[in-house]
Design a protein around this ligand. Structure first.
Ligand code: N01
Length: 552
């Protein structure tokens, strides 16, 4: 592998030949580019948006925030970033996170290595040259020894195939592809479809403006309060001192359910009063850490029932209309097996006269009409519709790229029955393609910044290892991939996670194969496995010299 003899990029598009073509300019692609530059590899990022930020570039709906605390949701690879950046709130808003991404892009001059407003339309591996050929919707052609998919897990918004949507005479929006200029709901009658995190965050904000909001709910979700607040200068300063230490601890964390922190009790270690007191304490603290109330909430259904019951009681305490509270109370999945939502005023908003809830589980949406929504038992009129209907998660962006590996092997065929990877980093038959935070890695069940940095570092180390040994190709072996997939499934099946119908399993999309995609053992054990694989000379991967035709 050479790093010096690359075709100079064309001035206008950056199209050309690189050590690595990186797809996606979100947090993963940004750090990957930086790392490639640091190591002296040539690379180019291709990004569909007009700027950096990935998911935070697109998801501009009102109320959009991170559900990981901002003091943790930041890069650690260069300490000066966190030393200089000051988060304003416990949970940062989308505009502030996007500003942070821009700050990092400016700091490391990342935009000069990125091709914006450009979408990859095809990527195929040419065995003779041991290169990936990458085509874009701008008609550009890139080649790269490595193709690195930093395409994100929630980057393909999904609009259900509602009949009649074209006939709707008002405006409609998807939360995952929100207009940059924002939407003014003042005086509008708004229909919102979907009550996942995006719906739960946006509904209270929309209701503050709109004349009336009608929420169409198919499945209620569990939500816990964020208890968001401004960060004080003291909190920020203290975090700057301890951030790197805390991050190193978080990177090796073993979940309590898998024998991690023993200070966390199991649910039935506590008597009823003590358990309720603990749930109340965690509820008052706010955020997804509610799931750490007891160590066994995600492995013991009886334990889970106690926490789920606590949240249902809270919903009934907050929502004054009992029928509405009943409708908002989830019963079809264990608490936390769908991504736990974190809200500001979600349940309270149903006490407002301008907000109403429609159950579409029993009376589904039949069609969108010129004036609104028709369900099995009523017609509703709206000026504006908001679809908070989620994403083709985890696999959607990868499958949209028309990836073809050796001998024309199509990723879409290989994954026809669900994604299969080795460590979430590679797929058999697709040499020199790396995926960042793909199925088979902790990814969406972790702080994404931790998982992104770990994958980028691991891939970078691997590329250096190959360069030092003059190796040209790396590919997961079938045995290693089979064993990993089996392990991921076994660990997943030892928890309650697979019991929920949601995007973790592909169940949110009709016809998508049902596979529990993330690796649930935790970032600590996962990192250890990846490090062991690397230390053993990339065990489970086949590494080879460049084909003669490709050597330069
Ligand atoms: O999407 P979702 P989301 N008819 O798939 C409903 C992350 N995120 O965008 O459950 C009627 O969770 C669907 O109903 P059902 C976070 O990880 C993070 O809200 O399928 N309804 C559901 O209610 C999150 O988990 C933040 O029955 C239909 C909703 O639409 C992930 O993104 C903020 C329907 C979709 O919920 C996805 O969240 C926002 C149909 N045909 C998002 N199809 C942070 O805070 C779908 N629905 C970081």
């Amino acid at each position: 592998m050479t790093t010096t003899e690359t075709t100079p990029p064309a001035a206008s598009t950056g199209a050309g030949d690189y050590d690595a073509v990186i797809v996606g300019g979100g947090f993963a692609g940004m750090y990957m580019l930086h790392k490639m530059r640091q190591l002296g590899f040539t690379s180019r990022v291709i990004e569909a948006g007009s700027d950096v930020g990935g998911t935070w570039y697109w998801n501009r709906y009102p109320g959009a925030r991170c559900d990981i605390e901002s003091l943790s949701y930041q890069y650690s690879f260069d300490d000066s970033i966190q030393q200089e950046w000051n988060w304003s709130e416990r949970y940062a808003t989308q505009p502030e996170i996007l500003e942070y991404a821009r700050f990092v892009a400016d700091r490391f001059d990342l935009r000069s290595g990125m091709q914006f407003d450009t979408r990859v339309t095809a990527a195929s591996y040419d065995e003779a040259s041991a290169r990936w050929n990458v085509d874009t919707d701008q008609g550009d052609h890139y080649t790269g020894r490595f193709l690195i998919a930093a395409t994100g897990c929630l980057s393909v918004p999904r609009l259900p195939d509602f009949e009649g949507l074209d006939s709707f005479e008002g405006d409609w929006y998807h939360t995952g592809d929100w207009p940059h200029e924002g939407v003014d709901f003042t005086g509008k009658r708004v229909g919102v479809v979907g009550t996942g995190s995006s719906g739960i965050q946006s509904i209270p904000r929309i209701a503050e403006q709109a004349a009336a909001v009608t929420v169409f709910q198919r499945t209620p979700n569990f939500s816990v309060p964020a208890h968001n607040a401004p960060l004080t200068p003291e909190q920020r300063d203290e975090n700057k001192q301890v951030f790197q230490k805390l991050r190193r601890e978080a990177e090796t964390m073993i979940p309590a359910r898998a024998g991690g922190p023993t200070v966390i009790p199991k649910a039935f270690d506590l008597d009823d009063d003590a358990r309720t007191e603990r749930y109340q304490k965690m509820w008052d603290m706010g955020g997804v850490m509610f799931m750490a109330s007891c160590a066994d909430l995600l492995v013991n259904k009886d334990a889970n029932d106690t926490a789920a019951g606590f949240v249902r009681e809270k919903i009934h305490e907050i929502v004054s209309d009992e029928k509405v509270a009943d409708l908002l109370s989830p019963h079809d999945h264990p608490l936390g097996t769908k991504r736990l939502c974190v809200d500001t005023g979600y349940y309270d908003t149903y006490n407002n006269e301008n907000v109403s809830l429609v159950d579409i589980r029993n009376a589904p949406i039949e069609e969108i009409t010129a004036n609104g929504i028709r369900t099995a038992d009523a017609d509703y009129e709206f000026d504006t519709l908001v679809f908070a209907t989620g994403f083709d998660a985890m696999t959607g962006a990868l499958l949209n790229m028309n990836i073809q590996g050796r001998d024309g092997l199509r990723l879409n065929d290989v994954w026809e029955e669900g994604p299969r990877t080795y460590l979430g980093l590679q797929v058999v038959g697709l040499p020199n393609l790396f995926t960042i935070t793909a199925p088979g890695s902790p990814s969406v069940l972790s702080n994404m910044l931790i998982s992104i940095e770990q994958h980028v570092d691991w891939i970078s180390d691997c590329l250096e290892y190959m360069r030092e040994r003059d190796l040209g190709t790396i590919e997961a072996t079938p045995d290693a991939q089979d064993a990993w997939v089996q392990h991921v499934n076994e660990v997943g099946d030892s928890t309650l996670y697979p019991q929920a119908d949601c995007w973790y399993t592909g169940a949110n999309i009709q016809g998508k194969p049902r596979v529990f995609m993330p690796y649930v053992a935790g970032v600590g054990p996962y990192r250890q496995k990846c490090d062991e694989v690397a230390s053993a000379g990339y065990e489970g991967f086949a590494l080879a010299k460049e084909p003669a035709a490709a050597a330069r």
